[in-house]
Design a binder for this molecule. Structure first.
Ligand code: INI
Length: 167
């Protein structure tokens, strides 16, 4: 019995034409985050997500991303959320706290709401590693997170429609 459509291998594309996607961007290191956002928008366009169905919001830094993500996810207006940011290691332990809390909060956001929240936040050692992951190719982590959001949004919608939760 297989009622849910999913794919063992990566399909050429997903049909996101009926989906609404929220994007939360951290402004800190915005020279990188702007490139992640451009990648995310390319990915959503390939998946046919209408521009009018995309809400983009900015927060100060990666630490603030989970609260904005959970607020959007809990609003009931979005099929999936993409989070974008760049946490780059500095001279102090600040990196560990910001990156760790951001990752934990993003996971909590999707588990608490049931809405997919994709982790497109880079946690890297230096600026070059961030540049390498935010370029024009599909290895842009914003692009990857956006396509993942469409895949997960479609999947969770199917699961919920096929196997409704009992009250
Ligand atoms: N925020 C980031 O998004 N990336 C970083 O690399 C970073 N560093 O290194 O400090 C960072 N800090 C700010 C943090 O996210 C909060 O905005 C700030 O602490 C206020 O709560």
């Amino acid at each position: 019995m297989t009622r849910i459509q999913s794919s063992q291998t990566m399909p050429d594309s997903f049909d996101g034409s009926e989906l609404s996607i929220g994007i939360v961007c951290a402004r800190f290191n915005d020279h990188i985050v702007n490139e992640l956002l451009a990648g995310a928008l390319r990915g959503l366009k390939r998946c046919s997500v209408p521009t009018s169905n995309i809400e983009i919001i900015w927060v100060p830094g990666a630490f603030e991303v989970p609260l904005a993500a959970i607020s959007l996810a809990a609003s009931g207006n979005f099929d999936a959320i993409v989070t974008l940011g760049a946490v780059i290691r500095g001279d102090t332990s600040h990196f560990e706290f910001v990156a760790g809390e951001c990752a934990r909060g993003i996971q909590n956001a999707q588990l608490d709401t049931g809405i997919p929240v994709m982790f497109g936040v880079l946690t890297v050692e230096n600026n070059q590693q961030a540049i390498d992951r935010s370029g024009l190719g599909v290895d842009n982590k914003g692009d990857e997170a956006a396509v993942g959001a469409v895949e997960m949004g479609l999947l969770i919608n199917q699961i919920v429609a096929t196997y409704p939760t009992l009250d």
